[in-house]
Ligand binder design. Structure first.
Ligand code: ZN
Length: 267
């Protein structure tokens, strides 16, 4: 691979959302009220073991989740209230490559309730572990009760995200004094700002006005907005969003576009 290439990272690496997500609280656009509280939580040394992120699809729960897990693992977060980007843990590009991070969905856990990793090591009990459970509303009641016991006997950090607050066992939240966060979808301006940062990373050209239309079209659902950026980067001629292209994607069909297959898309 030639090192003379002007922007090798953009041109040569496969598009992977996980590698391009914000990695620390200060990179997250919007959600100021949540970031403020999380900064304090990190400075206090993560006293609570259970965090619950509640909000609609595409509000940015998964991004907050991964930034929180990074801050928990960071050697310096107690001093700066965020992950530092410098320590060994922070240098891991993809948070899900970290041995100390286990990521599940509620539905996945229903079928895999053993807490063993692929190497046969028992996850629960390792105090540095972060256990992320997305789509928590799909975890059935019995397993929520089991989780109750597991949170009790471990020092792991549990971060759960759900679209349905009423599907979380109340006792679980109160017993562990869960830090609860209501995550709302961003404003159009914030969604545009977020899309612009992804455009820069993947090398897509689009105007603010065009991105504003995309954002409104998807009701500021960040997942859909970012999917658009990745899809347009692959499909728009010369990675430039033209009016024709935009018309094709959002002009007549108000529903959606199919996201590209090889991109992991979870916001
Ligand atoms: Zn760090």
């Amino acid at each position: 691979m030639s090192s003379n290439n002007k922007s090798p990272e953009i041109q040569n690496s496969p598009l992977c959302l996980e590698d391009r997500r914000p990695r620390c609280f200060k990179e997250i656009i919007g959600q100021e009220h949540i970031i403020q509280r999380l900064t304090q939580v990190a400075k206090n040394g993560f006293k609570s073991k259970l965090f619950a992120l509640i909000g609609p699809t595409g509000a940015g729960k998964t991004t907050i989740m991964s930034c929180l897990a990074r801050a928990f693992l960071c050697e310096n977060s107690i001093n700066i209230g965020d992950s530092c980007g410098e320590c060994r843990s922070c240098k891991t590009k993809n948070i899900y490559d970290q041995y100390y991070v286990s990521e599940w969905t509620g539905a996945g856990l229903n079928n895999h309730w053993n807490w063993w990793d692929d190497d046969g090591k028992y996850l629960i009990g390792h105090e540095e572990h972060s256990i992320l459970i997305d789509e928590f509303q799909d975890l059935d009641e019995n397993h929520q009760k089991s989780l109750f016991r597991d949170v009790e006997k471990t020092k792991c950090l549990f971060i759960i995200a759900t679209t349905h607050e009423n599907k979380i066992n109340d006792a679980l939240l109160s017993r562990f004094a869960a830090n609860k966060f209501l995550v709302r979808r961003p404003s159009v301006e914030q969604a545009v700002q977020c899309m612009k940062s992804y455009c820069l990373q993947v090398g897509l050209t689009a105007s603010d006005e065009q991105l504003g239309r995309v954002s409104r079209h998807y009701g500021q659902n960040l997942r859909r907005c970012v999917e658009f950026v990745f899809m347009a980067q692959e499909q728009a001629c010369n990675s430039i969003v033209t009016e024709d292209f935009l018309e094709l994607i959002i002009g007549s069909d108000p529903v959606s576009t199919t996201p590209p297959q090889r991109t992991r898309l979870r916001l």
